[in-house]
Design a protein. Structure first.
Length: 229
């Protein structure tokens, strides 16, 4: 494996998990991510038109189709891509909230509202009960367990980068790929159902993104002023 001559099998993932004290799924996710990168570099899927998501009245029906697709195909990736509206957009004004909450802002900065300390973008993503790591060219820039200064510096590195792709796996883990070889990975490490990405769209509606796709929120999550822009 070190020399790239063999892949991580389920059996090997269990052994590595026991030795390093990490879930076997963590090692399988690493292998799956590597395999995807190799496949993407080979040009697989070129010419296929993606199915875009309509974040509106039909979102519940779309979620139902997503669940049906999972049962039928047992695919590891959620379709349609819940990050589709952000693909091709540039991050602007990303910041670190309370604790290690990660806020990613996209589009033009919006005027500050009452109680805000950070300007929000037209679109917004923020992490909730999920861990994260920022990588660049195989190097770990920072993770959600680093000291605050290190985390803040790494989050600012996302500014000015364009989102190229985004994936949410059945485990709830996600991978966001930006220009300049910058990668943001998130990991669900709890059984709580609110471990997810939260998503704000330009018309003021809110959604949460997870293994079931995009689900509308009746109102913005109950976050204090330090957490919610």
């Amino acid at each position: 494996m070190v020399h790239g001559d063999r892949s991580i099998s389920a059996d090997t993932a269990i052994r590595l998990g026991k030795y390093f004290g990490l879930p076997a799924q963590f090692w399988l996710n690493l292998q799956n991510d590597y395999d995807l990168r190799i496949a993407e570099r080979s040009g697989v899927g070129k010419g296929i038109k993606p199915w875009s998501v309509n974040y509106g009245a039909e979102v519940t029906a779309i979620s139902g189709k997503v669940r049906l697709a999972i049962r039928m195909s047992f695919d590891t990736e959620i379709k349609p891509d819940p990050f589709a509206p952000l693909i091709g957009q540039t991050a602007n004004g990303c910041w670190l909230g309370y604790g290690n909450m990660l806020f990613l802002e996209f589009g033009r900065p919006q005027p500050l509202r009452d109680g805000q300390t950070h300007s929000s973008g037209e679109w917004g993503l923020w992490s909730d009960h999920i861990e994260w790591r920022i990588e660049q060219r195989g190097h770990i820039v920072a993770g959600s367990e680093d000291d605050r200064v290190t985390m803040e510096d790494s989050v600012r590195e996302i500014d000015g980068k364009t989102l190229l792709s985004g994936k949410i796996l059945l485990t709830g883990d996600s991978i966001l790929a930006f220009t300049n070889d910058l990668i943001v990975r998130t990991f669900v490490i709890t059984s709580e159902k609110d471990a997810r990405w939260n998503f704000r769209v330009p018309d003021g509606k809110y959604f949460h993104l997870g293994p079931d796709g995009a689900c509308p929120e009746q109102k913005p999550p109950a976050l204090d002023a330090q957490k919610l822009p």
